[in-house]
Design a protein around this ligand. Structure first.
Ligand code: PLP
Length: 408
């Protein structure tokens, strides 16, 4: 599907940033490239230059740009009934919720749009569950969260962010959260009290720099939650749906949370679609009128989401991510000593820490000039998350280009 010819070294397209952002908020600082087309693992800019997309929409594009199966599902639905609102039922709803629930081995799905909405939905479920089922006095339920987290951008979610850029100036903040170091089970055990309704973590911290917790951490969280009568909310928005070589990052420790929080790739790289997936005892805290979304679970989203679930149900994408991820890990390990100060890989997902004085941004600009798109996070760390359609040759191209850039 995607060509394997390497793009040659070139400079990024020149354009006037001031002009491009004349009427836009400045809440992003993109790399200097203006994209116009995409296919599979590749994108093309307005000047016709091709780039290997090693970010893949922060994992929203796990199946690449314009996957034919997903585009066909979307077109088909666009020609029938794209939107109705949840005031009425539609004929794509039951298959989507049923098949996603089955993929997650849970009873029920609540569909929303963005990842942040799904996280909010999970926290609402946990607070209500804490009150109604666990008997925590209304308005006092607490949620344990991890330092370095990224769960989205709403005022409540940034209330428990430890990233000053994401949080500062947005107060007053929502109370009810207890922060503990990521990967530290003892701290978590100490933070769980009688008023705790849930623990919310990313099984791998994506924005944090692809931080993989110590082996046994997820099992330990599961055990703690069971012992203390607390819900385990796993934010798999970035880590889930094939990225790590399994359907979910939690699968690496054979752990099932009480609520799966999904987004990004669930929308097939076409539209925003998120969901929480849980068993009835948790999901049924929601009653008519107690939660909702105008666009949540719309027919177009369900049609695309169902196709995503069917693609994942075969296991081939997960296998692909595992196999190609091994190749990526081998490639990174073979980089000249001293190029990196560290790297972490799980499936087709890597966080690499640049050694020396160069910032992650500078390295990403150098990668851009050589035809690879990647994104820095937190200073000197770069996240690599190519779409799972990437070929072995393209993984090698990614590693080779990185080696060239780091050698300069
Ligand atoms: C991207 C992301 C979110 C937020 O998703 P949006 O669709 O941007 O609201 C939440 N949690 C994690 C782990 C993410 O990577």
């Amino acid at each position: 599907m995607s060509a394997t010819t390497a793009t040659t070294s070139h400079v990024p397209s020149s354009y006037d940033l001031d002009e491009l952002y004349a009427h836009s908020a400045h809440n992003y600082k993109p790399l200097p490239v203006v994209l116009a087309d995409g296919e599979g693992a590749w994108v093309t800019d307005v000047a016709g230059r091709r780039y290997l997309d090693a970010l893949a929409g922060y994992s929203a594009l796990n199946f690449g740009h314009r996957h034919p199966r997903l585009i066909a599902a979307a077109h088909d639905q666009l020609d029938r009934l794209p939107l109705v609102s949840r005031a009425f039922d539609h004929d794509r709803f039951a298959e989507f919720t049923g098949e996603l629930a089955a993929l997650c081995c849970k009873d029920a799905v609540l569909a929303m749009n963005t990842g942040a909405e799904a996280v909010e939905t999970a926290m609402k479920a946990a607070r209500r569950w804490g009150h109604q089922v666990k008997g925590i006095p209304d308005g006092t339920a607490r949620i344990v969260v991890a330092e370095g987290n990224f769960h989205g951008r709403t005022t409540t979610i940034v209330s428990f962010s430890t990233d000053p850029d994401a949080r500062d100036g947005y107060g007053p903040y929502t109370p009810g959260f207890d922060l503990v170091p990521y990967g530290d089970l003892e701290a978590m055990a100490a933070a769980i009290g009688d008023d705790t309704c849930a623990v919310l973590i990313e099984p791998i911290q994506g924005e944090g720099g692809v931080i993989i917790p110590p082996e046994g951490y997820l099992r330990g969280v599961r055990q703690l939650c069971d012992e203390r009568g607390v819900l385990f909310l796993a934010d798999e928005i970035q880590s889930g749906l094939g990225r790590t070589g399994r359907t979910f990052a939690c699968d690496h420790e054979d752990v099932t949370p009480d609520i799966w929080i999904l987004g990004k790739a669930l929308g097939g790289g076409i539209l925003p679609l998120s969901a929480i997936v849980a068993d009835r005892d948790v999901m049924d805290v929601f009653t008519p009128g107690s939660h909702g979304s105008t666009f949540g679970g719309n027919p177009l989203a369900c049609a695309v989401g169902t196709e995503v679930v069917r693609m994942l149900a075969t296991g081939e994408w997960q296998d692909r991510a595992a196999r190609l991820g091994d190749r990526l890990a081998e490639g990174l390990a073979a980089l000249p000593a001293g190029a990196l100060s560290g790297f972490r890989v799980r499936g087709l997902w890597a966080g690499i820490d640049i050694a020396g004085d160069r910032t992650g941004r500078q390295v990403c600009e150098a990668l851009l000039a050589r035809g690879v798109l990647a994104k820095d996070t937190h200073g000197s760390t770069i996240r690599l998350a190519p779409s799972l359609v990437i070929t072995e040759e393209e993984v090698d191209l990614l590693v080779d280009t990185l080696a060239q850039v780091l050698a300069v």
